[in-house]
Design a protein around this ligand. Structure first.
Ligand code: NDP
Ligand code: 2IT
Length: 444
């Protein structure tokens, strides 16, 4: 059996009941086959892939807190410090009832390659909790965040591990987490990113993931002779990534006609009204029915459905495995040209394969959504030098980073004989830097 296949089998056996982690590993290992098999004995002898797929450290903890009725609630807390070969662990925190160790491991594993692709000195990690912020009062969210940080603080630090936001963790949660860290440690340092602008946050971090997704999408299309202007775009999600992806796509002259949340979706043939969407989702934290109620051109549908809308470009920006083979077939039938992932692993493996076989330009999240973590690393730089850069400065660095990521993955795909396979290109380019650093640092 080839070494790559042995290690995939090993991962499935050693990590039972973690299908998302298996899926993320499978995608990366398949891409790396060409690199590993050129030097298989050496990689096997140093158990290189076993080390790559095993987190350096996994922290699991209890998070007790008191709700508004005086009832004690208990949630599970996680932080997986996956790989620190090229820098301190870096990656978001997810608060969602579906969170479990397998989900955090898949996200942490992806983060290792994503962070490498940014070209910045950040290792990979991820964390979170099965806490559901939906419907909770601000006081309950604060109580939860303070309890979560009361355990997490001992494992993180500006040069050790720097968490940020993800699903369910935005500016409000980062603020409460930061306040508790500072209170316990008595150190004012850039231990979290995505902070508010009055206490060390970076301009453009809020917009960065969505904007970065569009910068990369535009560059990829341009290199294939296609102008994004005038294209119809379908977006899923209506959170941080989706909102700023919609905004930047519109600024580039495309028309975005959908968005969704976990209960329903909007079709708005006039184009999504971003100001209204922000009011409904960022300010009121309400359902999309409120968007439809205030906008006569919008149709609201219950359940899942954005992928049935005819489009040129699809940008999944909600969650993992939200776009399956049936959805891919519908999109291809409707003439989709490009799919770029704003979320982490939103496309199932068979759907990805179907897009690639049908000549749809497909870029995986670890490349196309890297603008968020890249700008987090820029926030770390600003915190270290105790200066703040202008919006234009950060945004222009972000654009350069996204353009470079596309060219690096495109070049890697060409060099390794898989031209046009942007998934393989991203995984190989991300891997090579981490692998070089791991080899140089010995068996650790
Ligand atoms: P938010 O919490 O701001 O928004 C998430 C959106 O996705 C919401 O509209 C939410 O609906 C929807 N959603 C979440 N879970 C589900 C589900 N199980 N089924 C259907 N819809 C769902 O998160 P972000 O925008 O920050 O994150 C979106 C994706 O982007 C995630 O995959 C995340 O890992 C990834 N990502 C985020 C980055 C960042 O900087 N924030 C950076 C890179 C990637 P509802 O409103 O009903 O909850
Ligand atoms: O998935 C991701 O890259 C994020 N949620 C952002 C991580 C970060 O550290 O900014």
């Amino acid at each position: 059996m080839s070494y790559v296949d042995e290690v995939y089998k090993y991962v499935v056996e050693k990590n039972p009941a973690q299908p998302e982690f298996h899926q993320a590993v499978k995608e990366v290992l398949e891409s790396l086959r060409v690199v590993i098999e050129a030097n298989e004995d050496e990689y096997r002898k140093s158990a290189f892939l076993e080390r790559l797929v095993t987190p350096e450290r996994q922290i699991l903890f209890r998070v007790p807190w008191v709700d508004d009725k005086g009832q004690v609630q208990v949630n599970n807390g996680f932080r997986v410090q996956f790989n620190s070969a090229i820098g301190p662990y870096k990656g978001g925190l997810r608060f969602h009832p579906s969170v479990n160790l397998g989900i955090i491991k898949f996200l942490g594993f992806e983060q290792v390659f994503k962070n490498s692709l940014t070209g910045l000195p950040i290792g990979g990690g991820k964390g979170g909790s099965d806490f559901d912020p939906k419907g909770k009062s601000d006081r309950e969210v604060m109580a939860f965040c303070q309890s979560f940080m009361t355990e997490l603080y001992r494992h993180i630090g500006a040069d050790t591990d720097v968490p940020a936001g993800d699903i369910g963790v935005g500016g409000r949660e980062i603020g409460y987490l930061y306040g508790q860290y500072k209170r316990i440690k008595d150190v004012y340092e850039g231990v979290l990113t995505g902070k508010g602008l009055t206490y060390g946050g970076s301009l453009a971090r809020t917009e960065a993931t969505g904007y970065g997704l569009l910068y990369l999408t535009q560059e990829m299309l341009k290199c294939n002779g296609i102008d994004i202007k005038g294209k119809t775009v379908v977006v899923s999600g209506s959170g941080n990534v989706a909102i700023y992806a919609i905004q930047k796509a519109q600024q580039m002259g495309a028309k975005v006609v959908t968005c969704c949340d976990s209960t329903g979706w909007i079709y708005d043939p006039e184009g999504i009204d971003v100001a209204l969407l922000k009011e409904v989702k960022e300010v009121k934290r309400a359902r999309l029915t409120e968007y439809a109620a205030k906008r006569s051109s919008a149709q609201y549908h219950e359940g899942k459905g954005v992928w049935t809308v005819k489009c040129d470009i699809a940008l999944p920006c909600a969650t993992q495995n939200e776009l399956d083979l049936e959805d891919a077939k519908t999109l291809v039938k409707n003439g989709v040209i490009a799919v770029c992932e704003g979320a982490n692993m939103p496309t199932t493996l068979d759907a990805t394969k179907y897009f690639q076989e049908n000549k749809v330009f497909f870029v995986c999240g670890k490349a196309s959504n890297a603008g968020g973590v890249a700008t987090s690393a820029l926030e770390m730089s600003q915190n270290s030098e105790r200066l703040s850069w202008t919006f234009e400065e950060v945004d222009s660095k972000l654009q350069n980073i996204m353009i470079n990521i596309f060219h690096n993955l495109d070049d890697a795909a060409k060099k390794y004989g898989v031209e046009g396979n942007y998934v393989a290109g991203a995984n190989i380019a991300g891997f090579l830097k981490v692998a070089d650093a791991m080899k140089a640092q010995g068996i650790v």
